[in-house]
Each structure stands twice: as structure tokens, then as C-alpha cells.
Design a protein around this ligand. Structure first.
Ligand code: HEC
Length: 141
């Protein structure tokens, strides 16, 4: 008779366990992508301006970027700051930030982009939990 029958059964068992494990892991409840807000056209324009003007050379989003200026992830929802505060910085410039010459429409686009970023989460995010299956659960907006 076929000698490797025992091995074959073990193989099938392992493949089944692997399949079920993956199904449970990846087909479970989605937390991150389903709750992420979609970007408006205006916000996409703002992101373009953000890139073209190299804001990230001096500013960070989620801690990533240059470190001359502050992190802007939640500048919009900061009770002491907000959109008018951002607008003021954009066209006035300060000692270490260049003065830009954005039109009102461009300013609105940048603010719309920063509103989008702000709606995606918190930075720094201290409310994270590591679960046994390796996922990290963080606090979402
Ligand atoms: C050459 C570096 C540099 C570039 C480029 C730059 N910034 Fe800045 N920005 C700074 C610095 C430094 C500050 C802090 C100034 C201060 O508080 O005196 C700042 C402050 C700000 C603030 C106020 C933040 C806060 O929390 O007080 C906003 C908003 C801002 N920048 C937006 C932008 C945007 C949008 C761009 C791109 C269009 C940009 N900056 C490009 C250096 C830069």
C-alpha cells in the first residue's frame, strides 16, 4: 500500500489549520480601513500643495518628517489652534518658516488636507493595546 499515507494526513491537517488560522485572522472584523475617512477632491489638492511646497521638510505627520517645525497631525483639533491659526501661518511666515503666497482656494485646500489627516487618528497615540494575536489596537477617531 501507499507508504506515505500518514504523512499525507498530517499534511492535510496542517494545511487545514493554516487555512482556518488565516481565515480567522484576516477575515475578521475590520477596524482600520473601514473606519478611515475618504479624501475629498479639495483634500487631495491640499496634499499636492503639501508635497509641492515641501512642508514635510520641516513638519511631521504622525511623527514622520523634518523636525524644524512642529507635528501637524492634530493641529486642526488642538483647542488652542485650529484652521484660522493655520491660515495665519501660511501666508505670514515666521522667522524659520518661509512666507508662502497661497490663494484663498489653496489655503482652503491645505486646511482641508490637514482636516483629513486630523480625522484619521491621534498623534501621539498613547491608548494602544497589544493583543495575543499580534494586532495592535489603537484609539480611533
Ligand atoms: C523651512 C521650514 C518650514 C517649511 C518648509 C514649512 N514650515 Fe511651517 N513652520 C516651520 C516652523 C519652524 C514653525 C514654527 C514657528 C513658530 O512657532 O515660531 C512652523 C509653523 C507652522 C504652523 C503652526 C504650527 C503650530 O502648531 O504652531 C503651521 C500650521 C505650518 N507651519 C504649516 C506649514 C505648511 C502647511 C507648510 C507647507 C506649505 C509649511 N508649514 C512649511 C517651518 C516650516
Amino acid at each position: 500500500m501507499y507508504k506515505g499515507k500518514g504523512n499525507f494526513i498530517v499534511l492535510i491537517a496542517l494545511v487545514s489549520v493554516f487555512t482556518v488560522y488565516n481565515a480567522v485572522l484576516y477575515m475578521g472584523e475590520e477596524t482600520s480601513s473601514s473606519s478611515a475617512p475618504r479624501m475629498s477632491k479639495e483634500a487631495i489638492r491640499g496634499e499636492q500643495l503639501w508635497q509641492e511646497n515641501n512642508c514635510t521638510a520641516c513638519h511631521q505627520l504622525y511623527g514622520l518628517g523634518g523636525y524644524l517645525g512642529p507635528d501637524l497631525t492634530n493641529v486642526i483639533s488642538d483647542p488652542a489652534k485650529g484652521s484660522d491659526y493655520v491660515r495665519t501661518f501660511l501666508n505670514s511666515g515666521v522667522k524659520s518658516m518661509p512666507q508662502f503666497d497661497f490663494s484663498t482656494e489653496e489655503q482652503n485646500a491645505i486646511i482641508s488636507y490637514l482636516e483629513h489627516v486630523n480625522a484619521t487618528g491621534y498623534y501621539p497615540n498613547y491608548d494602544s493595546e497589544f493583543s495575543k494575536d499580534g494586532w495592535v489596537t489603537i484609539k480611533y477617531k
